[in-house]
Design a protein around this ligand. Structure first.
Ligand SMILES: Cc1cc2nc3c(=O)[nH]c(=O)nc-3n(C[C@H](O)[C@H](O)[C@H](O)COP(=O)(O)OP(=O)(O)OC[C@H]3O[C@@H](n4cnc5c(N)ncnc54)[C@H](O)[C@@H]3O)c2cc1C
Length: 416
């Protein structure tokens, strides 16, 4: 039986896979996109019901299609994001095959290319682009044993407050997910504890410009991580409730008990790090840095953007910051649910090629891996800070498509 052949196989039809398809088509590279579920599946089933995009509609999109039913400054709901990518795939006539899972990729023996084993049979591809997402497998520390009898799940499994057991809830994680989920649960009357660590919480907007605009004009989307050992810090930005700055003091004044890092558990009591005040202070400093840089930019370019003195004022430190809780008794506080908003890890076990470093992390330069013919797209910091976001992956995909087109020229060469 003959095996299906394709030049370039793209795995995953999220925003990255679709962007890849657009650029490969532009470069006339024959390709196929395999998706184990549906187009933009992550936006459909791995996000909570009320989630809206973290960036406004004018920004969180690809260059070649605007939202036609949403104002430019509105944060599109997650279902609308999924529809956007579905519409986009249709617009560019992306050759997407849904419901097909890639189980294994291996280099072919004694001939170029890769043998790709899928749930629907084998395909041979000359090149493979792994566009399987920046956030693949939910990751949370197993601090609280199942025997504790607490409902526990990862933020990617959170849908809405109705899912939670009666009683109080602890949300662990001070990034975009944790802070938004905690606020939603508090707004619907839950008793909420929120455990946070180091974080980066820029202003949502300043001087009539959204933060995404400031990142753009200040050149911060282009920032390249130079220190690979630098600790990842939770990025707390949100489009919730029309878009507001994530402010842990405000959340505390709304009735959420904010805590330091959750570090241990014994006999029904959680041990909390005494780091809350220091982390909030560090978060403030980074926030003020953005305001300072923005002001300098306005002055330097003589822009007519109104001053915003209120943005410089901090709320009073709430009691939970002044006298931090270091031991949290789950029974006494009535906590029946813990939501771990602690991030994700990779699972590339299916990609059995020499494209990983000693720690098992993808080894690549701008998505071009150490194994010729294998590419990565959509990973955090693939090229720069924008790489795992909508506006970033599209540009990274263009670079990879260009590289693939060039490789095809080499392969096609014949001496005349
Ligand atoms: C809660 C949350 C909110 C976010 N909000 C924003 C935002 O507002 N703006 C923004 O720019 N970014 C946002 N992001 C970041 C990023 O844009 C999303 O994570 C986005 O889904 C990444 O797109 P992707 O195509 O790279 O990966 P994914 O959307 O994860 O797509 C990967 C696809 O690959 C498929 N797949 C995986 N393995 C296989 C396999 N073996 N075979 C076949 N198919 C496979 C999956 O089913 C999936 O559809 C958010 C992330 C999270 C977690």
């Amino acid at each position: 039986m003959s095996v299906e052949q394709i030049d370039t196989l793209v795995i995953g039809a999220g925003q990255s896979g679709i962007a890849m398809s657009e650029h490969l088509s532009d470069m006339k590279v024959p390709h196929l996109v395999l998706e184990r579920k549906r187009v933009a599946e992550a936006w459909r089933s791995q996000r909570w019901d009320s989630l809206v995009a973290n960036g406004p509609a004018w920004h969180d999109r690809f260059p070649n299609l605007e939202f036609d039913d949403i104002g430019p400054d509105v944060f599109p709901p997650k279902e609308r994001m999924a529809k956007y990518f579905e519409d986009y795939a249709a617009m560019i006539e992306a050759p997407v095959r849904t419901g097909v899972e890639v189980k294994q990729v291996k280099r072919c023996e004694k001939r170029p290319g890769f043998t790709v084993t899928t749930s629907e049979g084998v395909i041979e591809a000359q090149r493979v682009v792994a566009a399987t997402g920046p956030f693949q497998v939910p990751d949370y520390p197993k601090i609280v044993p199942d025997a504790a009898g607490i409902q526990q799940f990862h933020s990617s499994a959170y849908k809405n407050p109705g899912q939670l057991a009666d009683g109080a809830v602890l949300v662990v994680g001070g990034g975009a997910s944790g802070s938004q989920i905690a606020e939603e649960l508090r707004a619907c009357g839950k008793t909420v504890y929120l455990s946070i660590g180091e974080h980066y919480r820029p202003p949502r907007a300043y001087r009539e410009r959204d933060y995404v605009w400031w990142l753009g004009v200040l050149g911060k989307w282009d920032e390249i991580k130079t220190n690979s050992k630098k600790k990842h810090v939770a990025f707390a930005v949100s489009g919730y409730d029309g878009g507001k700055t994530v402010d842990f003091r405000r959340l505390a004044h709304q009735g959420i008990t904010v805590l330091g890092l959750t570090k241990g558990y014994a006999n029904g009591v959680l041990e909390i790090e005494n780091d809350l005040a220091a982390n909030i202070k560090a978060g403030d400093e980074a926030y003020f840095d953005v305001l300072r840089e923005a002001d300098a930019y306005v002055t330097r370019n003589d822009l007519d953007l109104p001053e915003e003195p209120d943005a410089w004022k901090l709320l009073d430190d709430p009691a939970c910051v002044r006298s931090p809780i270091l031991q949290l008794d789950l029974a006494k506080t009535g906590i029946k649910t813990i939501i771990w908003a602690t991030g994700f890890k990779f699972d590339f076990s299916w990609l059995q090629v020499d494209a990983f470093d000693a720690n098992g992390a993808p080894f690549h330069k701008r998505g071009i891996s150490a194994e010729t013919g294998i590419y990565f797209l959509g990973l955090p910091e693939l090229t720069n800070r924008a790489s795992s976001f909508i506006y970033g992956c599209w540009h990274d995909a263009k670079y990879i498509a260009d590289h693939i087109a060039l490789q095809r020229v080499y392969v096609a060469y014949e001496k005349r």
